[in-house]
Design a protein around this ligand. Structure first.
Ligand code: CO
Length: 137
């Protein structure tokens, strides 16, 4: 990756009930909580909880078609879903990943994510079973 800063933007956790989970996280660790947002294109409800150096993203599926639904079938209480890294130029990064045989999920093109910025997801089979999101910043 040509990205120089290599910052983590957030860690995402899939949850069955986003309202309940957001309150739990907020109260347990005194975190600042955002409003719950609906991202139709990604099939999820999202809320962010903030630490000074990290955001936690909670995800609840909108319906059974959501990619988060399958994950929750295997992990009914919820669980860690993905890590999001910031990159400077997402198109360049995608091209360089293709050369390194790391597959991009979906059609391989960036979609607009929760921060109104382009994002892509990398195939977990290519990165130690871990789903990685890249966000252009
Ligand atoms: Co994310």
């Amino acid at each position: 990756m040509e990205n120089k800063n290599k910052k983590i933007n957030h860690i995402a956790i899939a949850v069955p009930d986003i309202k309940e989970a957001a309150l739990k996280w907020q109260q347990a660790l005194n975190m600042k909580k955002s409003e719950i947002m609906i991202l139709e294109e990604h099939g999820v409800k999202v809320v962010f909880l903030e630490f000074s150096n990290l955001k936690i993203e909670l995800l609840e599926p909108l319906d059974n078609e959501s990619p988060i639904s399958k994950f929750l079938e295997k992990n009914p209480k919820g669980g860690m879903h993905h890590i999001c890294f910031e990159v400077e130029k997402i198109t360049e990064t995608i091209n360089s990943l293709k050369n390194k045989k790391i597959n991009i999920l979906g059609d391989g093109n960036p979609k607009i994510g929760a921060h109104d910025k382009p994002v892509v997801f990398l195939h977990p089979n290519d990165l130690s079973g871990t789903l990685v999101e890249l966000e252009e910043t």
